[in-house]
Ligand binder design. Structure first.
Ligand SMILES: Cc1cc2nc3c(=O)[nH]c(=O)nc-3n(C[C@H](O)[C@H](O)[C@H](O)COP(=O)(O)OP(=O)(O)OC[C@H]3O[C@@H](n4cnc5c(N)ncnc54)[C@H](O)[C@@H]3O)c2cc1C
Length: 416
């Protein structure tokens, strides 16, 4: 892998940057592999990288129906945090946030990782009770979530002029999570792709998987793609909101529902918010990018669907919520809006699991899974390589739905 550094940047400038080697190599598709990973998003690429790096499994094909980083990894609002409620979740997300902090160096790719702090604005007493529980549980595991006074919130976020004593929902409390961060979504996909490719992993774009294939004995045989059948003893599904469309092809029913989740971006403005602001009671969160745009997110659409777009009702509620707290933002122009399909399990926690079809593995239920890409990839690679769940994700298997050991997590926004 060609090393990216100040030296290589200067050296390549003498040849007008014409001699950089490609970030990843294109290959002809083979008939069979040791492992097929379906989905060239964050989780699929990270899994391929950790399988090759940690377990020496390099005969891997990552099959992506579109282009790398065209799915939710590029559609999300890049909020990275470990402020979760359950003892099963917190250590996993702490690990992921820690891994992100060292990932630019590890992948030799600038992810523009920026630790910002996340401030939760609380406006109702039920939410205050919930976050207080969160604070105590997180404290046990070493993740920080500390109360912050309303005046301190207003000092740190001067544009937050709404939510006063006479408003519909006055701000009553707040929490600060210093580990909260943002980074550059494309770079995460490209960084993992480049590092995996340098270890021998094959990445095949424009290779849609139409269905999964089983042997007569019920084990996995491989996949049927737009370019023909490809075989492997181990097939890993990492297709985000489209998991059930693939698993349905072998009659495997999963406890997942797919929803459209949307986000909006404003015109770029001067730096004014240097934290991630989250308002769970109103259902809106936002941060400001290095370019100056505000990235704004809200709740998923109320009904299930595979559409990718913006539901007018969700749009109005989210923007309305933002204006309640930040009235001056009414002058901002919104530049873009988009949606992505996320799948959500009944307990809103992820599924990293072997399935009832031997050799078929899934990583799914990632409706807030950008922050989980490093640890998700690491632990999924461990499962595929050893057929044993990783210590951090042993509670996230499909078995919990048989024993009703749900890991109930409230979302960032209130409606899930
Ligand atoms: C608007 C929005 C905001 C979000 N905000 C946040 C946030 O702030 N923080 C956070 O942690 N998470 C957030 N998320 C969730 C996060 O984006 C996802 O959980 C995470 O990106 C999913 O993992 P992934 O990167 O592997 O998915 P993807 O990037 O979607 O990867 C899946 C890939 O599979 C491919 N694929 C699908 N079907 C097939 C097929 N049949 N054959 C081959 N390839 C296929 C897709 O093209 C896609 O590239 C957000 C999501 C959305 C939509």
């Amino acid at each position: 892998m060609q090393k990216y550094s100040l030296y290589s940047l200067v050296r390549n400038s003498f040849t007008r940057h014409r001699n950089w080697s490609p970030a990843w190599i294109n290959h002809d598709l083979k008939k069979s592999y040791d492992v097929i990973i379906i989905g060239g998003g964050g989780h699929g690429l990270a899994t391929a990288y950790y399988l090759a790096k940690g377990y020496g499994v390099t005969n891997i094909a990552v099959l992506e129906r579109g282009w790398l980083g065209g799915g939710n990894v590029a559609r999300n609002t890049v909020t990275i945090r470990s402020n979760y409620l359950r003892q099963e979740s917190i250590p996993f997300f702490i690990k992921s946030v820690e891994m992100y902090e060292g990932l630019s160096n590890e992948l030799n790719f600038n992810l523009m990782h920026s630790r910002r702090s996340m401030i939760d604005i609380i406006q109702t007493y039920p939410k205050l009770r919930e976050i207080t529980r969160k604070m105590y549980t997180m404290d046990i595991f070493g993740s920080t979530y500390k109360p912050i006074s309303v005046s301190e919130i207003r000092r740190r976020i001067p544009t937050l002029t709404g939510g006063g004593k006479d408003s519909r929902l006055p701000i009553i409390a707040g929490m600060v999570h210093p580990e909260g961060a943002v980074n550059r979504h494309d770079a995460v996909a490209w960084g993992y792709a480049r590092a995996a490719s340098s270890l021998g992993v094959e990445i095949h774009q424009n290779t849609k998987v139409n269905s999964l294939l089983k042997n007569d004995d019920g084990t996995i045989r491989g996949v049927s793609t737009v370019k023909g059948e490809i075989w492997a003893d181990r097939v890993a599904v990492a297709v985000s909101g489209h998991t059930t469309q693939l698993t349905d092809t072998v009659g495997l029913r999963l406890p997942l529902r797919s929803f459209n989740l949307s986000a909006f971006v404003s015109e770029p403005v001067k730096p004014m918010i240097d934290v991630v602001v989250n308002c769970p009671d109103l259902g809106v969160y936002l941060s400001q990018t290095a370019k100056g745009e505000l990235v704004i997110g809200g709740a998923p659409d109320p009904g299930q669907s595979f559409r990718r777009g913006t539901n007018q009702l969700v749009f109005e509620r989210t923007v309305g919520a933002m204006l309640e707290l930040f009235p001056s933002f009414k002058k901002l122009k919104l530049l873009r809006q988009w949606g992505g399909t996320v799948d959500i399990a009944p307990d809103a926690s992820p599924i990293i699991s072997e399935t009832e079809i031997p050799g078929l593995y899934i990583t799914a239920g990632w409706w807030g899974g950008y922050k989980a890409i490093p640890a998700g990839g690491l632990t999924f690679a461990n499962l595929i390589a050893t057929n044993t769940p990783h210590q951090l994700t042993k509670s996230f298997t499909l078995d919990r739905f048989k024993t009703l050991d749900y890991i109930l997590e409230p979302g960032t926004t209130t409606r899930v």
